[in-house]
Write a protein that binds this ligand. Structure first.
Ligand code: S3P
Length: 448
């Protein structure tokens, strides 16, 4: 399993005027799905802009272990897929490292096949709940062997003929929705997913692009009914992956917090299910100009010009959580420098991310002098404009719990706080944003 060796602490120090134009690596959600659907579809899929982080590479390895041919020629990943329904039994356990998305979606994709597949991961992934995906798979006829509490390692064995189900997703989770739909790809008949609260819709859009017969109906209350016809043909596609808005969040918030900054971030995915952070920061008074809005491969994309801004605390409504779920840690950092308090509600899903992000953020803020209140599903942050007194004078280290976004969020904090901020381990940043250190130091950030 990955991340062997010793933890690598990193420290960020007060910086001045971050400046420059940067391009963020490809979106993680779309990159995972590009490897999965390309690996499954008949014929050739060509991908540019793919995120080459550890999480996505593990998905690529899993698809290769199940029969997909994957190679990189120049800047393009070329995949020859098996054809829908024709994945091969993996000979060894599939190791997803730190990646919940790769693991959970692949459980859906291959779990319904009439052979055994075993899933393993690192300490973080092994501690995360898998029942949310295993339960609908059980309903489809999949036999499950799992460690206590439906944790990894998990072995799945599908039935001769999987049973198409209608599944109402009990929590706001794109991973659960997607796992059921992907299981539906190799299930005869119509698999239906009912999604009461909309989450990122990359699976739906991309499956349609690959030729799946998938429809979405949204009722007056916003409840979505997604129907997928199983065992249809998927055909290879050409995909240009736009920049990841969740990775964009780090240089973006850094530019807002470091006085004198003026940073442009190009080619950012602006799918409305992913833009909650930008909306919230704009409500806080952030100067973010959305430029050159365009459509690329069925997705909205734009360039963002971000300038230093004096922020004000706001109340973030609970129903915004799905569209900024991975961005709460860095929003909490932005809120630490805002005037007044910022209230965030509806955070229950933060407890089951790569770490318990709600607790990890609260402990990290406290360590660095920020007053905050952690509720069961909420966080209140009391800001200190200018960051006076924030950071850590001694050698206190933020505990990152193998969570890349906790590491990057607190490194952003250290760029604007009076004292440095140190994180206990920066290795995990490579799971989603291997270029983070170089990109940030290139803008003038003092991190090392
Ligand atoms: C993702 C869905 C979200 C998100 C994760 C990526 C996806 O997880 O946090 O980083 O690509 O489907 P949940 O479905 O658990 O909310």
């Amino acid at each position: 399993m990955s991340h062997s060796g010793n933890p690598a602490p990193a420290t960020a120090r007060k910086s001045e005027n971050l400046k420059g134009t940067v391009r963020i690596p490809g979106d993680k959600s779309i990159s995972h799905r590009s490897f999965m659907f390309g690996g499954l579809a008949a014929g050739e899929t060509r991908i540019t802009g793919l995120l080459e982080g550890e999480d996505v590479i593990n998905t690529g390895k899993a698809m290769a272990a199940m029969g997909a041919k994957i190679e990189k020629v120049g800047e393009t990943w070329i995949i020859n897929g098996t054809g829908n329904g024709a994945l091969l039994a993996p000979e060894a356990p599939l190791d997803f490292g730190n990646a919940g998305t790769g693991c959970r979606l692949t459980m859906g994709l291959v779990g319904v096949y009439d052979f055994a597949s075993t899933f393993v991961g690192d300490a973080s992934l092994t501690s995360r709940p898998m029942g949310r995906v295993l339960n609908p798979l059980r309903e489809m006829g999949v036999q499950v062997q799992s460690a206590d509490g439906d944790r990894l390692p998990v072995t799945l064995h599908g039935p001769k003929t999987p049973n198409p189900i209608t599944y109402r997703v009990p929590m706001a989770s794109a991973q659960v929705k997607s796992a059921v739909l992907l299981a539906g790809l190799n299930t005869p008949g119509i698999t239906t997913v009912i999604e009461p609260i909309m989450t990122r819709d990359h699976t739906e859009k991309m499956l349609q692009g690959f030729g799946a017969n998938l429809t979405v109906e949204t009722d007056a209350q916003g409840v979505r009914t997604i129907r997928l016809e199983g065992r249809g043909k998927l055909t290879g596609q050409v995909i240009d992956v736009p920049g990841d808005p969740s990775s964009t969040a780090f240089p973006l918030v850094a530019a807002l917090l470091v006085p004198g900054s003026d940073v442009t971030i190009v080619n950012v995915l602006m799918n409305p299910t992913r833009t909650g952070l930008i909306l919230t920061l704009q409500e806080m008074g952030a100067r973010i100009e959305v430029l050159n809005v365009r459509n690329a491969g069925g997705e909205d994309v734009a360039d963002l010009r971000v300038q230093f801004s004096e922020l004000k605390g706001v109340s973030v409504p609970a129903d915004r959580a799905p569209s900024m779920i991975d961005e709460y840690p860095v929003l909490a950092v932005a809120a630490s420098f805002a005037e007044g308090k910022t209230v965030m509600d509806g955070l229950e899903e933060l407890r089951v991310k790569e770490s318990d992000r709600l607790a990890a953020v609260a402990r990290g803020l406290e360590l660095n002098g920020v007053q905050c209140e952690e509720g069961e599903t909420s966080l209140v942050v009391h800001g200190v404009p200018g960051g006076k007194g924030l950071g850590n004078r001694s050698d206190g280290q933020v505990k990152t719990h193998l969570d890349h976004r906790i590491a990057m969020s607190f490194l952003v904090m250290g760029l604007a706080s009076e004292h440095p901020v140190t994180v206990d381990d920066a290795r995990m940043i490579a799971t989603s944003f291997p270029e983070f250190m170089d990109l940030m130091t290139g803008l003038g950030a003092r991190i090392g």
